[in-house]
Design a protein around this ligand. Structure first.
Ligand code: HEC
Ligand code: HEC
Length: 322
C-alpha cells in the first residue's frame, strides 16, 4: 500500500517537472549544446550583429532550436501585437543568474543578458516576421535591436519603421519610447510570478530569489474575466498605453502609469466620459481610422475594444462633470 503511494507520488512529481521544464510547459530549457558565446562572449561593440544567427542564441539561428541557457518564458498579460504569435526567451552568460531586488520589486540582469521576443504570423505557417532583442551592456544600459525575417530565411537588421505582410516593425526610437521607463516590461515579477519556480529549476535564478519574487502582486490579466472589470481595463491601459503615457515619457501629459491611472483624473482630463464612448478621448483615439493609438499597431485589438467599451459604458453617466 505504502509502496503504491510512493510510486504515485514519484510519478506525479516526474510528470510535473517534465511538464514544466521540457515540452509544452511555460518554461523550456534549451538543447544541451553550448553556444560559441561560451568561448567568446559578444562584446558591447559587437552588438547588434548584422545577422540574428550571429547572436548564437539558437542553433542555426532557428527559433525552434534554443541553445543551452536560452530559456523560454511566457508572460501573464501579453501586449497586443497585431495578432502575431510571440515567443520569449532569456539568455544569460555562463555562471550568471538573475537576481531579485526586493526593495524595487525588480529583477537585476547580469551584463551580457539577452532578452528575445520573436513574432510569427498567426496562421498555421508560423512564418517568422520579426525578432527583437535587448542586451544588457557593461554600462548597465540595455541596447535594442530588431531583425526582420526575409522570404529566403535570412534576417535583416532594422532601424526605421518597416512594413511586411500587413505587420508594422517599430523604429529604434519607438523601442526606446516604450522601454524608456523601467526597460524590462515582460520579464518582471508581476508578469512571471507563476513560472518562477520553473525558471529557478532551469538554473537561471536562485530558489530563494524565485520564492521571494513570487510574492509580488501579480498583474491582472485583462483577458481573465475572474477579475473585476475596472481592474482589467486599467491593467490593459497600463500595459498598452502607460509605457509612453508615463511621467517622463514621450506623452507625459496623459498619465496612464500604474500610480496615476486614476479614473477621476482621466475623467477630469476628458480622456474618459463615463457612459459616453463618443466623447471619451481614450476610446476615440483607440478606434480612430487615422493616427490611432497605440501608434505602433495597425490592427485594433478585439480584447481591448471589447474591454474599453464595456468599461466606459458601465460607468454611471451621472458622474459626468458639465
Ligand atoms: C508599444 C510599446 C512597445 C514598443 C514600441 C516596443 N516594445 Fe518591446 N515590449 C513592450 C511590452 C509591453 C513588453 C512586455 C509584454 C510582452 O512581452 O508581450 C515588451 C517586451 C519586449 C521584450 C522581451 C523582454 C521584456 O522587456 O519583457 C523585448 C526583447 C523587446 N520588447 C524588445 C523591443 C525592441 C527591440 C523594440 C523596438 C524594435 C520594442 N521592444 C518595441 C512594449 C513595446
Ligand atoms: C509608442 C508610444 C505611445 C503609446 C504606446 C500610446 N501612445 Fe497615445 N500618444 C503618443 C504620442 C507621441 C501622442 C501625441 C501625438 C498624437 O496625438 O498622435 C499621443 C497622443 C494620445 C492622445 C491625444 C492626447 C490628448 O491630450 O488628447 C490620446 C487620447 C492617446 N494618445 C491615447 C492613447 C491610448 C488610449 C493608448 C493605448 C491604447 C496610447 N495612447 C498608447 C504615444 C503613445
Amino acid at each position: 500500500m505504502r509502496l503504491v503511494q510512493v510510486w504515485l507520488l514519484l510519478s506525479f512529481l516526474l510528470l510535473q517537472t517534465s511538464c514544466l521544464v521540457k515540452g509544452k510547459g511555460k518554461v523550456t530549457v534549451g538543447e544541451p549544446a553550448a553556444s560559441s558565446q561560451d568561448a567568446v562572449p559578444i562584446l558591447d561593440v559587437d552588438f547588434p550583429p548584422q545577422n540574428f544567427k550571429d547572436l548564437d542564441l539558437f542553433a542555426d539561428g532557428e527559433i525552434g532550436k534554443p541553445r543551452l541557457r536560452t530559456t523560454a518564458y511566457s508572460v501573464r498579460a501579453p501586449l497586443w501585437s497585431d495578432g502575431s504569435e510571440k515567443q520569449r526567451f532569456v539568455w544569460l552568460p555562463k555562471g550568471e543568474t538573475i537576481r531579485f531586488d526586493a526593495g524595487r520589486s525588480l529583477f537585476i540582469f547580469p551584463t551580457g543578458t539577452m532578452l528575445v521576443k520573436h513574432f510569427a504570423a498567426p496562421e498555421a505557417s508560423g512564418k517568422g516576421i520579426e525578432t527583437r532583442v535587448m542586451r544588457m551592456g557593461g554600462s548597465g544600459k540595455w541596447t535594442f535591436a530588431t531583425y526582420q525575417w526575409m522570404e529566403d530565411g535570412r534576417t535583416e537588421l532594422r532601424d526605421k519603421v518597416a512594413y511586411t505582410n500587413g505587420y508594422r516593425i517599430p523604429s529604434h526610437a519607438e523601442c526606446e519610447q516604450c522601454h524608456g521607463g523601467e526597460p524590462v516590461l515582460g520579464l518582471v515579477p508581476s508578469q512571471v510570478s507563476d513560472t518562477l519556480a520553473a525558471l529557478a529549476a532551469g538554473g537561471i535564478m536562485s530558489k530563494d530569489d524565485a520564492e521571494t519574487a513570487a510574492k509580488v502582486q501579480a498583474r491582472v490579466d485583462p483577458a481573465d474575466e475572474k477579475h473585476p472589470l475596472d481592474l482589467r481595463a486599467r491593467s490593459y491601459l497600463t500595459l498598452h498605453c502607460g509605457t509612453c503615457h508615463r511621467p517622463g515619457g514621450p506623452m507625459a501629459m496623459m498619465l496612464l502609469d500604474e500610480v496615476n491611472l486614476n479614473p477621476e483624473l482621466l475623467v477630469k482630463g476628458g480622456y474618459v466620459s463615463p457612459g459616453r464612448l463618443e466623447t471619451s478621448r481614450i476610446w476615440t483615439k483607440f478606434t480612430a481610422k487615422k493616427y490611432r493609438m497605440p501608434p505602433v499597431s495597425l490592427k485594433e485589438d478585439p480584447l481591448g475594444t471589447a474591454l474599453l467599451r464595456t468599461w466606459i459604458e458601465a460607468m454611471p453617466k451621472s458622474e459626468v462633470t458639465p
